[in-house]
Each structure stands twice: as structure tokens, then as C-alpha cells.
Write a protein that binds this ligand. Structure first.
Ligand code: FCB
Length: 491
């Protein structure tokens, strides 16, 4: 493949703010469909533990995912991230692949235990060397690096002293952020603090299906608060150190009532789950306040003594970009007497629903309209913050036939969501870019290597990369900065 060139070079900046989205533009002699604003940032995303491998090389310390994945029964077939996509050694090949696809941006995460093997204390320069090389390689290929500082791989030694339930970890996180900035700050414009604090707190400490595997509602709420505190402390420290842009990535979803809970304007199930999933994070970060309904649930599940005076001011730092990870809406209905879901303490009397309709291999409903409504809600409620889709994509049961991966369902999924994103931009949403999850098939947490989200297929036995048809389709989308005339999706 040769590198495609487009208006979207590595110069594309998420600050520029897009011009108006247009429809049915004609370019290069062909009819095209929805066109994205000039400067729209196209890219792909990954995370350290899911792709790097090299789990004990160059002084890396153990993380909670190293420990958790070794516990029997926690990850499908006992898979671990020990080798993963071997990206630690193959990063140059992977960057070349990204350049060949015409990507303008690459979102990756930095492994805290590579930088600070014990979580605090002395910096391990060899750990930082890897990201130094990666960033230089990206820049040399015209790609803008978008690092995330925490994508769930907490140093195990910090978990041993309480993990995110301990207030001290928030301060250690800010120290770590500054250590990374000291090394890479001259080449990074946008710093993302956390990826999906809801997942880290409520799957890690609530339902326990993710590392560290604890099951305690009180611990989950404490973890959520300390993650937000860590975000605020790191954001402020990074800003002081000279960072140009600060971002935070949340997993957000419209919550939709089903059955008797539809229409859902007054449904308690909808507002409770919306509070736990969305407002619990959006409101402190962007408005400096706790939603009162959520606070009441937190108080009921272990008290509020972990929330100190002044914390909200720390959490409420100026934010340049809100990263949105969107896969599916949440469907709920009121079910008096239902026990509630461990990942949603406070959801007693609520059931999660799975309406009939198409789903991905994760059994997640495919609903592009959820992305449009989410983007419109965010731009209505928080008009001051720029929006960036930092993850969107789908797992399907891909296989290689005659050297090709015909993943038409993924193309349909991506096309439908990009049309939804375009519709939101046309209606005024300040959406500045779109990063597909994921560049590569990778270690999908508790599902191990069984769920393939990549636009590039990885043969884990040989580490051979095979761009799927979706990757070639995405390259076309990027080169024309828009979609083709006919919908590829089911929107
Ligand atoms: C998100 C995670 C990402 C990946 C996708 C499928 O919640 O941020 O690492 O696992 O889901």
C-alpha cells in the first residue's frame, strides 16, 4: 500500500475547530456523500496493555492486569497481555501501517509501570525510551500522537496499598503525569489523563470483571472519586508544566427506557443509570458539582468520608477536549425487586435490557443514532468543550480467506456511526475528530484474544498484520474526508 495523502496531514490540530460540514460535495470527479469539516482529525486508537507485550522488559514493573490475568478464570482461556501484538518490538512496522492508511492521529496509552515500575519513586528511563521512540516515529510519518496516561494498568504495588480506593494514588498519578511530560512534553500537544474512569472503578472494584477484581460498591465509588481527583491533579500539574491541551476520555452512552419505561422522560431507571454512567463524571469535571441523585446513592453505599472539601475545585479543571468512547446505548427498565447490577450500585429495582436487533460479537446492540444524540446532548449541555470520538468500533468474528479479511459488517458499523457523527456536526456539535477502535486486533480484557476489534487483523501465532477491508475502506474515507454517496451501514 502506498501512503494516501489528503488535507489531513500530521499538522491537523484538534484546536483549530472545524468549518461547517457539507453534504454531497463533488471531488475528484466522483459523487461523494457527507463530507467532514476541514481539519477533521482521522485516526485510530489502542492501549498499552492490549498491544505492547514485553511485559517484563526494560525494567517494567507488574501491573494489576499482569496479576489479574494470571488468576484462574478471570480472562478467557487464561490469556494474558504478556506478548499481545508484540507492538513494543514492532512499533515501527505498525506506524508504517498507520501512515499507509493515511491516518493523521494515533491514540495510544502509556504504561505507568514502565515509567515508574513501583508506581512512585525513581523514574525508569528505559520505559520512557520506548514512548520517546514511538512518538518520534509517529511524527516522522506525519501522525499526531495522542497519548493517554492511564488506560487501566495500575502498578501492582500501588494496588497493594489500596489502589484507587486510596487517596494517595491520585497524587502518585499526578507525579507520574509530570514525569512523562518532562520527557515527551516538547512533542505532545494534547494530553489525555484517563481512559474511562467508570470502567476502571465499577468493573475493577464493583463487579470485579476487570483488574483488580474487587467487588465492593463502597470501593467502586471511592475509586471513581479518586480517579477524578487524579484527573484534576494531573491536569493542573500538566498545565503548569506547559501542556497545551488537556483531555479526558469517558465512556458515555444515551440511556434509553424500554417497555413500560418508554417514553422515558420520567423513568427512574433511566435517570439513575444516566447518573451513574454519565453525570457522575461529566458534572464534577465540567461543572464542578456532584449530581445530587448520585451523591445520595454514594452516601447509601459506604458514605462520603472520602470526599474532602476542595476536591471539586481540583477536579473541575479547564478541559480543552472531551474524549468520547461510544459503542452502544444502555437500555433499561424499572423492575421493582430486581437486585441491581454490581457494576451499577444503586441500580436495585432496575434491569438492563437487550432489545431485538443487530449486535456485534460482543452482543452489543448496533445503534448509530445513539452517537448522534450523545454528541448533541454534550454540545447542548457543555457547549464550551471540544469533542473528539476517542473510541468507536466493533468486534466481529473475522477470519482471513485468500489473504483477505472481508469484514463488511464492520464497514457497515463504522459507516453508520460516521454518518451519525456527521449529522451531529451538521446540527452544530463541535466534533473535531474520530479515532476508530482499534488499529489492531488485541487483548480485549476479560475476553482475551477472542474478540477482534481491529481494522487490521493480527495473526497472534505469527504476529502477521493483515489490513482488513475496513482498513482499506477507512483509507478511502480519510482521503476524501467524507463518506461515499450510498450508505454502507444500516442506519
Ligand atoms: C473500551 C476500552 C478499550 C476497548 C474497547 C472495546 O471500553 O477503552 O480498551 O476494550 O472498550
Amino acid at each position: 500500500m502506498s501512503a494516501t495523502t489528503s488535507a489531513h496531514s500530521g499538522e491537523a490540530s484538534a484546536t483549530a475547530g472545524p468549518g461547517p460540514a457539507t453534504r454531497d460535495r463533488t471531488s475528484g470527479g466522483g459523487e461523494t456523500g457527507p463530507a467532514f469539516p476541514d481539519g477533521f482529525v482521522w485516526g485510530a486508537a489502542t492501549a498499552a496493555y492490549q498491544i505492547e507485550g514485553a511485559w517484563d522488559e526494560d525494567g517494567r514493573g507488574p501491573s494489576i492486569w499482569d496479576s489479574f490475568s494470571r488468576l484462574p478464570g478471570k480472562v478467557a482461556d487464561g490469556h494474558t497481555g504478556d506478548v499481545a501484538c508484540d507492538h513494543y518490538h514492532r512499533y515501527a512496522e505498525d506506524v508504517r501501517l498507520m501512515a499507509d492508511l493515511g491516518l493523521a492521529a494515533y491514540r495510544f496509552s502509556i504504561a505507568w509501570p514502565r515509567v515508574l515500575p513501583t508506581g512512585s519513586g525513581p523514574v525508569n528511563p528505559r520505559g520512557l525510551d520506548f514512548y520517546d521512540r514511538l512518538v518520534d516515529e509517529l511524527l516522522a510519518h506525519g501522525l499526531t500522537p495522542y497519548p493517554t496516561l492511564y488506560h487501566w494498568d495500575l502498578p501492582q504495588l500501588l494496588e497493594d496499598t489500596g489502589g484507587w480506593t486510596s487517596r494517595d494514588v491520585a497524587y502518585r498519578f499526578a507525579d507520574y503525569a509530570v514525569a512523562v511530560h518532562d520527557r515527551l512534553g516538547d512533542r505532545i500537544r494534547t494530553w489525555t489523563t484517563l481512559n474511562e474512569p467508570w470502567v476502571a472503578a465499577f468493573l475493577g472494584y464493583g463487579s470485579g470483571v476487570h483488574a483488580p477484581g474487587r467487588q465492593s460498591p463502597a470501593a467502586a465509588f471511592r475509586a471513581a472519586h479518586h480517579l477524578l481527583l487524579g484527573h484534576g491533579l494531573a491536569a493542573s500539574a500538566l498545565r503548569t508544566a506547559g501542556a497545551a491541551e488537556i483531555a479526558l476520555t469517558l465512556n458515555l452512552a444515551p440511556v434509553i427506557g424500554t417497555g413500560a419505561c418508554e417514553p422515558h422522560e420520567t423513568c427512574a431507571a433511566v435517570s439513575t443509570v444516566d447518573g451513574l454512567l454519565n453525570r457522575q463524571f461529566l458534572e464534577p469535571v465540567l461543572r464542578g458539582r456532584h449530581p445530587l441523585d448520585v451523591l445520595e446513592i454514594v452516601a447509601r453505599h459506604g458514605g462520603l468520608d472520602h470526599v474532602e472539601d476542595g476536591d471539586l475545585e481540583i477536579i473541575h479543571q479547564p478541559l480543552d477536549l472531551l474524549g468520547i468512547n461510544y459503542y452502544s446505548p444502555s437500555f433499561v427498565y424499572c423492575a421493582p425487586g430486581a437486585p441491581g447490577d454490581l457494576a451499577y450500585p444503586g441500580s436495585e429495582g432496575i434491569r438492563f435490557d437487550r432489545p431485538a436487533g443487530p449486535t456485534t460479537a460482543m452482543d452489543w446492540p448496533i445503534a448509530p443514532s445513539g452517537l448522534e444524540s450523545l454528541l448533541l446532548r454534550l454540545s447542548r449541555d457543555y457547549p464550551e468543550v471540544g469533542l473528539l470520538v476517542t473510541e468507536n468500533g466493533a468486534a466481529f468474528d473475522d477470519d482471513v480467506r485468500d489473504g483477505q479479511v472481508a469484514d463488511t459488517e464492520r464497514i457497515g458499523y463504522l459507516d453508520g456511526h460516521l454518518r451519525a457523527a456527521h449529522a451531529a456536526i451538521s446540527a452544530g456539535a463541535d466534533l473535531r475528530g474520530y479515532l476508530v477502535w482499534s488499529l489492531l486486533d488485541n487483548f480485549e480484557w476479560a475476553y482475551g484474544y477472542h474478540k477482534r476489534f481491529g481494522i487490521v487483523y493480527v495473526d497472534f501465532a505469527t504476529q502477521r498484520r493483515v489490513p482488513k477491508e475496513s482498513a482499506l475502506w477507512y483509507r478511502e474515507v480519510i482521503s476524501r474526508n467524507g463518506l461515499s454517496y450510498g450508505s454502507q451501514g444500516d442506519r
